[in-house]
Design a protein around this ligand. Sequence first.
Ligand code: SDX
Length: 492
Amino acid sequence: MVTTAQKAPEHSLTITDNRTGKTIVVPIERNSIPATALKKLARKQDAQQGDKLEDEVEGGLRVYDPGFMNTAVVQSRITFIDGEKGILRHRGYPIEQLAEKSSFLETAYLLLYGELPTKSQYTLFSNEVLHHTFVHRDLQEIMGSFRHDAHPMAMLESAFAALGAYAPEANPSLVGQNIYTNARTSEASLQLMDKQIFRLLGKAITVAAMAYRMRMGRQFVKPPAGLSYTESFLYMMDHLNEGSSYRPHPTIVKALDTLFLLHADHEMNASCAAVLQVGSTLVDPYSAIAAGCAALYGPLHGGANEAVVRMLVSIGSVENVPAFIEKVKRKEAVLSGFGHRIYRSTDPRSTIIRKVAEDIFAITGRDPLLDTALALRDAALSDPYFKERRLYPNVDFFSGLIYRALGFPTDYFPILFALPRIAGWLAHWRQMMLSPQGVKIWRPRQVYVGEGERAYVPLKERKERKVERGAEPSVVNHPTSTRVFLARESKL
Ligand code: SDX
């Protein structure tokens, strides 16, 4: 409720619009203010004051925040991060305790349902998830149609978009836009929602393994029975001979399960925001998860673990670290695996991953790139350029070295980030669908800085003219065959 200045409560802001002298009092709740309160600071458009129609002054003030540097778009109970203190908690449980005592699937349950499961709850959940690992035969055709060198993330995001097509009964566009938001009151809707969550978590390991098998030129492996979630994933990745009693190495299963747990959720990161942006249109959850995969794919986000190893390989040796550091300071390169929008200290996950690396290297042998990584880390942590900008190792700095030691192809690394993050995305999607306030479509505003109104000019009256760079289509090169085709066609 906005009140006048004289009754300003303690937890509030008093804001005076110096253009009009109007004062409003905006309530502060949980150290935040409702952005819409600023819409009360409107005024009559006045050209004398330099106002333009496009500034929308009569609609009230807007908040301009490119990159979401300081904008909260949801209230959530799932994950808390304190970037200054390097704290990460899921439903109140510190990540260090979960990493030591929990498993990925149990943490997924915690993220989704809010509490650590009892034995019967966990049995139901894990059985349901592992019951849904099979995919439609036609999806195998789709996955099999990719080239062997297709980026695995391109396959993964395609797979989730396609998976939705095999569940028409779960598609709001086909059976009713409120089939998930009705879950607030309807048992049938709640079951439908949770069934899609079981399906997505279960099929995620299968499609991820299929992407790997495509890359390796191997047949797909049927989901096994009786193995744990991460064990089933590794089984489908590496099983070769029918009839062999192959089982993944227990230390590798445990290490990868811990890595999955560490990657399960991280509140409003770019890919989670993408899932909720898309989910807010009430589209099916498979499409929302596909959007999350697309966002995570980028080198600034989940693609960073791949970028770190490519960076370390390009540096080559410890001796070349100082030169690379100088290159970064000249802004000619990015120090992948460093920096974070929220953490202004070392990412607590990075510290745990560093320890997991030793467990793996004890089996696989130490990767010489680790020496380069440690030298790079130490050089950056002691350099004022990075200290001033509060750049520290993030979750991606060491994880790629582990995946490399485990023999995964470099471009497969983002899959190992996306796969567990599906649990976090689904937890936030479920929280959105069950929101007591209902779901409002996410529709950000803009500040228009373009042309004012102008009249259409018929083609014959338009004169050839030089335009600024980028303001006309680029002339692109064609391979000879296309050039010849275009030449032939132009004679038609
Ligand atoms: C993840 O959001 C999440 O929670 C993500 C994540 C999750 O679990 O979901 O934690 C996972 O994505 C971790 C981040 C992985 N990405 C990388 O490692 C890529 C390298 N990092 C940067 O691109 C960058 O640090 C970001 C993208 C992570 C954060 O970017 P910000 O918050 O927009 O910071 P910025 O670009 O404004 O940087 C501030 C300054 C700039 O210098 P100045 O213009 O002030 O001179 O720091 C510099 C930047 O140039 N800087 C870097 C740098 N990161 C920031 N310089 C060199 N190397 C870097 N890595």
